[in-house]
Design a protein around this ligand. Structure first.
Ligand SMILES: CC(C)(COP(=O)(O)OP(=O)(O)OC[C@H]1O[C@@H](n2cnc3c(N)ncnc32)[C@H](O)[C@@H]1OP(=O)(O)O)[C@@H](O)C(=O)NCCC(=O)NCCS
Length: 164
């Protein structure tokens, strides 16, 4: 049995270790991490998934980002321990956290990832929303949490601390 819970400060380094395990070395050199530098993750949205023994099986985090005058959630990193991949845990983490986002006042969410995975959650390529280089524009995806939330939104994605 897997239990999802809001990430707390005590989970931080365990989640970091899981991400180190699940992603290629040098993950923090990715351009999306420049948007996270010095900014706290969004509280109440980042989740852990633990098994019956309390061992961390998966995690998802969100950061706020700025695009022109509007803010968006930046989904990720999300990772599931290799021993639990393919069991639907990634789906649970993504869907559960996204359901929490609109009631917290968020209107839109974006990410950098594989469209083939994220399209099942309603993510589509964002036109004119530009991540810091180097980012493949085909991997810049978004989903509206309220109707038409991405309409007319374009520009560079910036750190909230710098752009807000
Ligand atoms: C991507 C990840 C979070 C998915 O978690 P998961 O619990 O294995 O996913 P689920 O069980 O909910 O879904 C499994 C499905 O996703 C598919 N999938 C997983 N990774 C995929 C990818 N990169 N591209 C396309 N499909 C992918 C599987 O093939 C499977 O497809 P099926 O439902 O048709 O059988 C997990 O594989 C992981 O941690 N990977 C390493 C870290 C990573 O790449 N994170 C995402 C960064 S964009």
């Amino acid at each position: 049995m897997i239990t999802l819970a809001v990430e707390t400060g005590e989970d931080w380094w365990e989640v970091e270790a899981l991400y180190d395990l699940c992603f290629a070395p040098g993950r923090e050199a990715l351009s999306s991490y420049r948007l996270r530098d010095g900014v706290d993750p969004v509280s109440g949205l980042s989740l852990t998934a633990r098994d019956a023994e309390g061992i961390l099986a998966g995690a998802i985090r969100y950061w706020p980002v700025q695009i022109g005058a509007v803010q968006s959630l930046l989904l990720g990193p999300v990772a599931v321990h290799p021993t639990h991949q393919g069991e639907g845990l990634g789906r649970s983490l993504i869907e559960d956290s996204l359901q929490r986002a609109a009631p917290l006042g968020w209107q839109r969410v974006m990410l950098v990832g594989d469209a083939s995975y994220y399209k099942r959650f309603g993510f589509e390529k964002l036109e004119g929303v530009v991540m810091p280089p180097p980012t493949n524009p085909e991997r810049v995806l978004g989903r509206a949490l309220v109707e038409d939330a991405w309409s007319g939104v374009a520009g560079n994605v910036e750190s909230v601390a710098l752009g807000g």
